[in-house]
Ligand binder design. Structure first.
Ligand SMILES: C[S@@+](CC[C@H](N)C(=O)[O-])C[C@H]1O[C@@H](n2cnc3c(N)ncnc32)[C@H](O)[C@@H]1O
Length: 215
């Protein structure tokens, strides 16, 4: 499953930013993350660290450091060409001193416990064969008071079921879009203190799940 995803995204890396899915799925995900990050951290004097898992070509990373936010960002992706593209974009945007990319697997995060304030992950989780373990890993690298924001396809209504289970599922097979209740259970079992879930969008609905670590 992971090798198949790696091959898919190695091949997609150079045209990924021009995909029609940017408007439908990826942009709404970046906007949702940025809205929450601004609400929580705008004007914060403390320097903070954000880890974006399955970061693709690093668009979110570049936007977070390009905004007036107190973050340095690490983008992590299993596909080397995706990381390479992200590095190029960070250099072009003049933000390479505050962003770095790590070519690694989400299931084995190469970071010490409690090393990030925020972990984000968008449109990538359905590729992970061991989803509960991965949420445990995400929780492990968060500091006290830290936050995980995870976005993936919302497949709990007719439209979402058709888009994600039928269309994306057959194009990217094997993948698994977790129902909202399963996602909530992953977060509960990983020990998050407060969990919120929001459905975003109509034609390509996505599910944002937020978990906060006890301060
Ligand atoms: C559809 S892209 C999403 C990129 C970006 N987060 C976005 O929303 O545009 C999915 C990304 O997840 C990465 N990915 C898939 N499986 C992974 C794994 N096991 N560990 C880390 N990254 C993975 C892929 O290489 C790809 O770049």
């Amino acid at each position: 499953m992971k090798e198949k995803a790696r091959r898919e995204f190695d091949a997609w890396a150079h045209s990924y930013d021009n995909s029609i899915l940017q408007r439908l799925l990826f942009e709404p995900s970046y906007s949702a993350f940025l809205q929450w990050i601004h609400a929580w951290y705008s004007g914060d004097a403390k320097r903070r660290r954000l880890l974006d898992i399955g970061c693709g070509t690093g668009t979110l990373a570049a936007r977070v450091v390009g905004a007036d936010l107190p973050f340095d960002v690490v983008g992590l992706d299993y596909s080397f060409p995706m990381c390479d593209k992200g590095e190029g974009k960070a250099v072009e945007a003049g933000v390479a001193d505050r962003v770095c990319f790590v070519n690694a697997d989400s299931e084995h995060l190469p970071f010490p416990d409690a090393s990030f304030d925020v972990v984000t992950c968008s449109n990538s989780f359905h590729h992970y064969p061991h989803q509960q373990e991965t949420v445990h890993q995400m929780r492990r690298v968060l500091m006290p008071g830290g936050r995980l924001m995870l976005i993936d396809g919302f497949r709990d209504n007719m439209i979402g079921w058709f888009v994600f289970d039928v269309c994306v599922g057959s194009a990217e097979k094997p993948v698994f879009h977790s129902p909202w209740s399963t996602m909530r259970r992953y977060f509960e079992r990983a020990g998050f203190a407060r969990i919120m879930q929001h459905k975003i969008g109509i034609l390509a609905p996505i599910l944002l799940t937020i978990g906060e670590v006890e301060p």
